[in-house]
Design a protein around this ligand. Structure first.
Ligand code: CDP
Ligand code: CDP
Length: 216
């Protein structure tokens, strides 16, 4: 039996990791999990129950109660507010612990899986066959996210978007629990000067090289 093709895609906000990961999953016929949605759902749940994002116990409870099978295609999950709330609750060790098993079970599926997030290559699937760390300059990422939000009618200035991105980078990379960091065996993919097609082609070549190494 050929080894499971587990692909770990990590990186900061609006680097393109989600688009690339979803396309890799389609290309290789693998199940795909956007792990950011789990943290976004927990953050929104805390807000919805009138909680305060600084209330660690409320966030822990929301994470333990999360039903990942029922993560709907709720448009609120993709808002800037949800991203910000996600990054606040993602710093709590209890939240990360509550979401660990379901992510690791997803990664262990026969044949493999694609997961994208911040700690896939380091914590969730350290033995993944292919690991990518996708990045781009903060200005490029802010422009991409600003365009995405503008296209759906959200009114935010580019300067505010850049400030959000920088704050989130700092919080995600600086936290003690599973910080955003490139795994030592991940391949860095800087998409600053690439369009999404070029970025996807580069990602596919990285995965092909990893597969070739594993079948030697
Ligand atoms: O798409 P974008 O990068 O903006 O956000 P996301 O991937 O949905 O993640 C939202 C937030 O969840 C991040 O800023 C992280 O704080 C957190 N997150 C995490 O800590 N670990 C993951 N595996 C995925 C997301
Ligand atoms: O998942 P993540 O937050 O890292 O980013 P994404 O949602 O996949 O990408 C953010 C936006 O940037 C999307 O509209 C992508 O199509 C776009 N993008 C791009 O224009 N060029 C790239 N090289 C990568 C992403």
């Amino acid at each position: 039996m050929s080894p499971a093709l587990v692909i770990a895609v990590d990186g900061p906000a609006a680097s393109g990791k989600g688009t690339i990961a979803a396309r890799l999953a389609t290309t290789y016929g693998l199940p795909f999990l956007d792990t950011g949605l789990l943290y976004r759902a927990v953050g929104l749940e805390v807000l919805a129950t009138g909680g305060d994002l600084a209330d660690e116990a409320a966030a822990d409870r929301a994470a333990r109660a999360l039903d990942a099978d029922r993560l709907s295609q709720d448009a609120r999950l993709t808002t800037g507010e949800a991203g910000e709330a996600a990054s606040r609750v993602a710093g709590y060790p209890g939240v990360r612990a509550a979401l660990l098993d379901l992510q690791q079970a997803f990664a262990r599926q026969p044949g493999g899986a694609v997961l994208d997030g911040r700690d896939i290559g380091t914590v969730i699937a350290p033995d993944a066959m292919a690991k990518l760390f996708v990045t781009a300059t903060p200005e490029t990422r802010a422009r991409r996210r600003w365009r995405q939000l503008r296209d759906r009618g959200d009114d935010i200035s580019f300067e505010a978007m850049l400030a959000d991105i920088l704050k989130r980078d700092e919080r995600d990379a600086g936290r003690g629990s599973a910080p955003m960091i490139q795994a030592s065996d991940a391949v860095l993919l800087d998409t600053t000067d690439m369009d999404i097609e070029q970025a996807f082609d580069a990602a596919r070549r990285i995965v092909e090289a990893a597969r070739a190494r594993h079948t030697l």
